[in-house]
Write a protein that binds this ligand. Structure first.
Ligand code: 2HA
Ligand code: ZN
Length: 274
């Protein structure tokens, strides 16, 4: 039975995504976490959904997610190791009817718990589902250059977004809504979950200064690609700002407006002039 679960496309996607994120250097040690909303049909094709292994209480009730299924990374698990040991590092769970506990249906085999960032993940899923019925994935990691840029760039959403849009031609097309920023906060808490989710109503990217990035999307590829694109822009920013010669030319506001128009996206208001 468990062999069958490991063959499930959604388990394979978690194994590939975590490995790729580690390979990119974004998930040192146990850094990073992913949660992926699944349908009952998907889960029941691979698993007996009436067989509950464990029930864990939630101290932040999520009645909005009542009876919803997720596959999540485990607390303290190393992304490097997920591919080799998915049943230990991942868990498939169902939120209870009242939204005050979760049933573990598969995985987290050695008594593990879901990601320490579960409040941020669950609250962000609730926020994204309000604005996007196809929403499915929340992904967090410690993307190196995004983190670096939160030391060297002012922490203001509009100017941070504009700088990212200016770094690579495709950025405004990939994230026309821009990026949101929180103040530095203690991770793993309900409070950072609430603040992240408030931003997720309007944004698919939320940056935690000096910590990392949260991305939301409808598929694993799209969410990974979103974070990858923000990270690439932040890398360009860091490279050019450590270059002695400085910046000689930029993508202008006029260029970005022409680009958005050519690709049929609407950049968030109040960032570009012209
Ligand atoms: O250790 O990334 O934010 C997992 C994390 C916490
Ligand atoms: Zn983190």
């Amino acid at each position: 039975m468990d062999e069958k679960v490991i063959q499930a496309p959604f388990v394979q996607e978690m194994m590939d995504a975590t490995y790729n994120m580690w390979r990119m250097g974004w998930d040192e040690r146990n850094g990073g976490n992913i949660s992926y909303l699944l349908t009952e049909e998907e889960v029941s094709s691979y698993l007996d959904i009436t067989r509950v292994l464990r029930n864990l209480p939630l101290n932040f009730p999520v009645p909005e997610l009542s009876n919803k299924y997720f596959i999540v990374t485990g607390s303290g698990k190393y992304f490097k190791n997920v591919k080799g040991n998915p049943e230990d590092c991942l868990g498939i769970l169902r939120v209870s009817e009242l939204g005050d506990s979760i049933d573990i249906l598969w995985g987290l085999k050695n008594g593990g718990n879901p990601t320490s960032e579960l409040p941020s993940h669950f609250m962000s899923h609730i926020a994204r589902l309000k604005v996007d019925k196809n929403h499915r994935v929340i992904m967090h990691n410690h993307a190196t250059n995004v983190l670096a840029m939160t030391f060297t760039h002012e922490l203001e959403e509009k100017s941070f977004t504009k700088t990212l849009w200016q770094m690579c031609t495709e950025c405004v097309v990939v994230f026309p809504d821009g990026v949101a920023l929180l103040p530095w906060m203690v991770p793993g808490t309900d409070l950072i979950g609430e603040k992240t989710a408030e931003k997720m109503i309007d944004y698919r990217v939320v940056i935690w200064p000096q910590h990392g990035i949260f991305g939301a999307g409808t598929t694993m590829d799209e969410t990974f690609g979103l974070i990858e694109t923000v990270e690439k822009a932040a890398q360009i920013y860091t490279i050019i700002h450590s270059h002695q010669g400085g910046v000689k030319q930029v993508i202008t506001d006029k260029d970005l407006i022409a680009l958005a128009s050519a690709f049929g996206v609407t950049p968030r208001e109040g960032i570009l002039q012209g």
